[in-house]
Design a protein. Structure first.
Lengths: 281, 333
């Protein structure tokens, strides 16, 4: 694999199709954020609470494990306005033994095939949803709005959303296969346990192209240890694709005093055709 | 998507011309199952192109009052082949009757594609539940719920000439440039999108999610003003405050030459939207909408949209970009 070309392709994928120029950051001092004496947000303050006493996960979140910014020779440089993203966005198994997810032979081959063409078939490039757990890793903002019975995650990319029902409902019978699956949550102490079923059979869970199938059962254990951070322990049990269940830990940092903006991916989208034309070259 | 189309067709009520000496076209629209109450019926004058939209009534009968002349009648409905007949001569004081039998298009009759079931979604709904207005912890009404809006007649907006010309161009073009055909938002005013929508009410944010188009928008309730130079956004920058038990939403920062809704009415980047949301009881939501657009309108427009709660319904995932085939098949002038 040509590292330079691969990096460029990854960059194209991660910057999102058809973003008109560099991200536009809105600045607005937001009510309810604890402040230090100098007025800056105190992100180490205690997590806010819902009326029922449980942690309120509301906020604008962004993958906290920002990878270093590299120039075309692979040398680290200042990141400028880049918004980062988690290194696990490229390879979700990066921190696991061997540095990879426990693929079955067929899924290892599928991922290798996707990598060989520099992930040009990534659904993200076609304005399709960044299904969980992928949305926690990408360099885009997610706004969480948390009410006692519902957690809504609003993704800035293409105005996609995900609902997590915390009202005690069971999974419906015979779920439709969906990108986001059907998510229900319950509390164990201050940890929100989110169980998701009903995924489609053809999902990507990282930019390298690691697959996830309709057999997958996903559990996210979400904590807000302080005002400024979320920790999400993700366990995926997908016996069609992986030899055993695996668990990875993702973290998010609060983006204070800003707001999400319009980003409609399909507007003037040109990336997909151009990437497809590179196939076989 | 068909459910989406139907919702929008219900909303699409074009400007009906009031004329002193008119004739009438009366079309009874049926499909294989019987009468069809959810069609879009238009008479287009030949050759000037003046288009007048018909209003439906029980029994699938649509009545269009038109100035005397020669007309082409077009009838379309979700899941059905369009009907079109030209050379219809209408005289003053006379009624021209037509029986229009719509044929089905190729349909897999998969989930959500049965036209009868779609019509039933709108016309055979149970009454909304009775009960008191739910409240947030701050004592204000909680607007949370899955809602289905009733029709809003967007006719009667007094447009400036350029905007009237753009509306006519969109109608003549069979609305082929309507943004959702290209997986972009359906309406600058979210409540004009049609179909089911969900409100999630947090004391600092009201989230609006629509099932049948891309996709959510938010109304910020923490007391902030609009930022300077905000937007341009498809659905504007929306902030809200309480006026008693009414939540008043104020939106600016729109794109220029956008679509207010499916029926093609344009707006400019000077659009200013005010909405008063009230939930007088558990099952009802009343939204009074005022549109002020000094860039496109001659004067302000006010209308009301009534929505009812659908307590046992949840939104389903709809991903427009997935295998969207519409864009390449739309025809216009």
């Amino acid at each position: 694999m040509n590292v330079t070309v691969r990096t460029i392709a990854l960059g194209l994928v991660l910057t999102g199709a058809a973003s008109p120029g560099v991200a536009q950051w809105l600045r607005y001092p937001t009510e309810g954020i604890p402040r230090k004496a100098d007025g800056k947000p105190d992100l180490t303050a205690a997590a806010p609470r819902l009326p029922n006493g449980k942690p309120d996960l509301s906020g604008i979140w962004h993958a906290a494990q920002t990878p270093p910014c590299l120039d075309s020779r692979g040398v680290e440089r200042p990141c400028g306005s880049a918004t980062g993203g988690s290194p696990l966005g490229g390879n979700l198994g990066r921190n696991l033994p061997g540095g990879k997810l426990p693929y079955q032979p067929w899924s290892a081959q599928l991922r290798a095939d996707r990598l060989k063409v520099m992930s040009i078939d990534d659904p993200h490039v076609r304005c399709l949803p960044d299904n969980p757990p992928r949305h926690w890793t990408l360099p885009h903002l997610t706004k969480a709005v948390h009410t006692p019975k519902l957690l809504v995650l609003m993704y800035e990319v293409n105005a996609m959303y995900r609902q997590i029902f915390v009202d005690g409902r069971p999974f419906p019978q015979d779920l439709n296969p969906t990108w986001n699956g059907y998510s229900v949550g319950h509390w164990e102490g201050d940890t929100l346990i989110v169980e998701t079923r009903g995924f489609r059979d053809d999902l990507w869970i990282d930019t390298d192209g690691s697959p996830m199938s309709d057999a997958a059962k996903m559990t996210e254990r979400i904590r807000r240890p302080n005002f400024g951070s979320l920790e999400i322990q993700v366990t995926i049990d997908d016996p069609k694709v992986y030899t055993k269940p695996f668990t990875v830990t993702l973290s998010e940092q609060l983006e204070a005093d800003t707001e999400i903006v319009d980003e409609f991916c399909a507007e003037g989208e040109k990336d997909y055709d151009r990437l497809q034309r590179s196939r076989g070259k | 998507m068909l459910r989406a189309l139907l919702g929008l067709i219900v909303l699409a009520q074009g400007a009906a011309a009031a004329q002193s000496a008119t004739g009438t076209i009366r079309a009874t629209v049926t499909d294989l199952q019987g009468t069809f109450p959810a069609a879009s019926v238009q008479a287009k004058r030949e050759p000037s192109g003046l288009t007048i939209t018909g209003h439906g009534a029980a029994g699938g009968t649509y009545t269009i009052d038109v100035p005397p002349g020669t007309y082409e009648l077009s009838v379309s409905a979700p899941g059905m082949k369009s009907f079109r007949r030209g050379g219809l001569v209408v005289s003053a004081g006379q009624t021209l009757r037509l029986d229009v039998r719509l044929e089905e298009t190729v349909s897999l009759r998969t989930l959500g594609e049965d036209p009868t079931a779609i019509a039933a979604t709108y016309f055979n709904r149970p009454d909304p539940p009775k009960g008191k207005t739910p409240r947030l912890t701050n004592g204000k009404p909680d607007l949370t719920g899955v809602w289905l809006g009733g029709p809003t007649d967007l006719g009667g907006i007094d447009f400036q000439p350029w905007a009237a010309a753009l509306l006519k161009e969109r109608i003549d073009n069979n609305f082929k440039d309507w943004p959702p055909s290209f997986c972009q938002p359906a309406a600058a005013v979210p409540f004009f999108t049609g179909g089911f929508f969900k409100l999630v009410h947090h004391p600092s944010t009201l989230v609006f999610i629509v099932e049948n188009a891309t996709a959510f928008t938010q109304m910020l309730l923490d007391g902030r003003p609009h930022p300077l130079g905000v937007g341009p956004y498809w659905l504007g920058h929306q902030v809200g405050r309480w006026d008693g038990d009414a939540l008043v939403i104020d939106a600016i920062g729109f794109r220029d030459r956008g679509w207010l809704g499916f029926s093609g009415q344009p707006h400019s980047d000077k659009l200013h939207v005010t909405e008063r949301l009230r939930r007088p009881d558990l099952g009802h939501l009343e939204i009074e909408i005022t549109l002020d657009d000094p860039g496109a309108f001659q004067k302000k427009w006010t209308g009301t949209l009534n929505a009812t709660l659908s307590p046992d319904i949840e939104l389903q995932e709809f991903v427009c970009s997935e295998n969207n085939k519409d864009a390449g098949h739309l025809v216009g002038k």
